[in-house]
Design a binder for this molecule. Sequence first.
Ligand SMILES: Nc1ncnc2c1ncn2[C@@H]1O[C@H](COP(=O)(O)OP(=O)(O)OP(=O)(O)O)[C@@H](O)[C@H]1O
Length: 118
Amino acid sequence: MDLHKLVKSFRYAFYGIFTALTEQNMKIHFVSAVVVIITGLFTGLSIFEWLVIILLIALVISTEMVNTAIETVVNLVSPEFHPLAKKAKDVAAGAVLVFAIASAIIGLLIFIPKWFEQ
Ligand SMILES: Nc1ncnc2c1ncn2[C@@H]1O[C@H](COP(=O)(O)OP(=O)(O)OP(=O)(O)O)[C@@H](O)[C@H]1O
């Protein structure tokens, strides 16, 4: 195993996370995640509920990062307006929206009953 290569891959991956965090949408997802985690700490969640919340947060952020990667490649290969560039960007953005909406619904299904039982 090439340890040097492995360390380099991790460094690039962390740089990718840092780069993605400079995007406005990622900042919104990040702040939302922090708000959800703080709300979860105050509400009191079971281990299973935390697993679901952490998985959803990680998947929304990962989906947004893949969307950013797609946007960047599209900008590289098609800086001018092109209907296929539009299709790629809109579909990638739609994928994030689908996951974000589903996550918000699942989050509310976890939190709302707990708020009303207290
Ligand atoms: N090269 C292109 N050809 C056709 N349509 C495009 C192109 N670039 C962007 N668009 C359209 O504009 C929308 C927004 O694009 P994009 O996300 O790149 O801009 P933005 O909102 O300024 O993003 P960011 O600020 O995150 O770079 C796309 O979803 C797409 O509909």
